[in-house]
Every structure is written in C-alpha cells, then in structure tokens.
Design a protein around this ligand. Structure first.
Ligand SMILES: Cc1cc2nc3c(=O)[nH]c(=O)nc-3n(C[C@H](O)[C@H](O)[C@H](O)COP(=O)(O)O)c2cc1C
Length: 198
C-alpha cells in the first residue's frame, strides 16, 4: 500500500510508507518472516560494531506472548491484542571489555538500538507488515517477567501485525488511525549552531 504523505524533498517511498497502525488483523506471523525482520535489525550500524540491541519476542497464541502483553498499559493492550507478535527492544548499557575487570558504559547503546528497531520497522513495511513502537508499558514488570539483567536497558515494546479493519477501534482511535504528518524540516535542521527552541 502506498501512503500519501507529502514531503518537502523527494525521498524513497520506503520512508513515507511506514506508519504505525492500531487496527491489526490478528493474522499469525510465520517464523521466516519474523526472522527477516530481525535480520534487517542485525545490519544496523553501531558504535564500535558492538551491536548492543537485543530482541525478546512473544508470538500471539504462544506462552511467550502473555508476559509481554501483561506489562502494556491498558490503552496499548486495547489495540495490541490483535498484533501478531510483541517484541521487547533491549540494549546492553555496560559490559566488561576483554582483559579488563571494570565495566565500561556504552553511551551509544540507545542510539544504536533506535537504528536497529527502525531497520526492523522498515523491513516489516517492505514485506507488507506493520511495526508499532510503544513506550507505554511497565518497565520494571517487563524486566522481571523476561529476566532482563540490570546491565541492559529496556527501550520499547513493538507490536507487529497485518493491517486490520479500523472499524474495530473505538471511535476516537478510528479518527486518529492513519499516517501522521511531520514538523517542517526547518524545525529540526540548522546549518551551524543550535537555533531552535531552548
Ligand atoms: C519509542 C516510541 C514509543 C511509542 N509509544 C507509543 C505508545 O505507547 N502507544 C501508542 O499507541 N503509540 C506509541 N508510539 C507511536 C508513535 O505515536 C508514532 O510512531 C508517531 O505518532 C508517528 O507516527 P507514525 O509511526 O505512524 O509515522 C510510540 C513510538 C515510539 C517510536
């Protein structure tokens, strides 16, 4: 599906076609497709090629689904219930380098995990699937449920699925369902020094 999102300059439709729906169809995702999404994420760039991202997933209808789903805020549960897979995006904050005894922080872990999830989302879009990132979840509960060690940060949960009928959504969400606009380029790009709102 091609999405009509006006741009100020020409870009590949890959970028404008990706958007975050809430009306999912409940269709199951096969492992081959799911692994293609992780494969795309794997090829993201990262500081010192440390590849700090980790993905913990639960497919709908499997035992791994519920522990992730339970940690979503009720609003996100209301629509993500019909996703095909939930993916927790986690990254390694610090580790002990070979030959050293002290742990060292990787200050770029979040930047790199962001690049990896975007690769995943774009690959999903190219395959006719939709990835919707969520910050609305109980971080501590998810850490406990998935046994995530303290040296890893939990960033987001991503719902992936096929597009469903938006009539299934509550009225208010039906109106918001669709690709969103962006701020003008001038609000985010400057030549030289910072000159945006402080
Ligand atoms: C880190 C992150 C957290 C988000 N949290 C939520 C969320 O908890 N619930 C939700 O419905 N959408 C959430 N979103 C979706 C954003 O609202 C959406 O990506 C943004 O409005 C841009 O729309 P688009 O992805 O359709 O282009 C989140 C997106 C990101 C990247």
């Amino acid at each position: 599906m091609t999405v009509d999102r006006p741009t100020e300059h020409p870009v590949d439709a890959l970028f404008t076609n990706r958007w975050s729906p809430r009306a999912y169809s409940g269709e199951a995702i096969d492992d081959a497709t799911l692994m293609r999404l992780f494969e795309a994420a794997r090829w993201a760039p990262s500081a010192s090629n440390l590849q700090p991202w980790r993905f913990l997933y639960g497919k709908a209808g499997t035992p791994a689904w519920q522990p992730i789903f339970n940690t979503l805020v009720p609003f996100n549960q209301s629509w993500a219930a019909k996703a095909s897979v939930l993916i927790a995006v986690v990254s390694r904050v610090r580790s002990t380098p070979p030959g050293k005894t002290e742990k060292v922080d990787n200050v770029w872990h979040a930047f790199d995990a962001g690049a990896a999830w975007q690769n995943l989302a774009l690959q999903a879009s190219l395959l006719g699937w939709y990835a919707h990132g969520m910050g609305g979840f109980d971080n501590a509960a998810l850490r406990q449920a998935l046994n995530v060690p303290e040296d890893y940060a939990i960033h987001a949960v991503v719902a992936v699925g096929k597009l469903g009928d938006k009539a299934q959504l509550p009225e208010a969400l039906q109106q918001r369902e669709g690709p969103s606009p962006r701020q003008p380029l001038a609000a985010m790009v400057a030549e030289g020094a910072f000159r945006f709102e402080a």
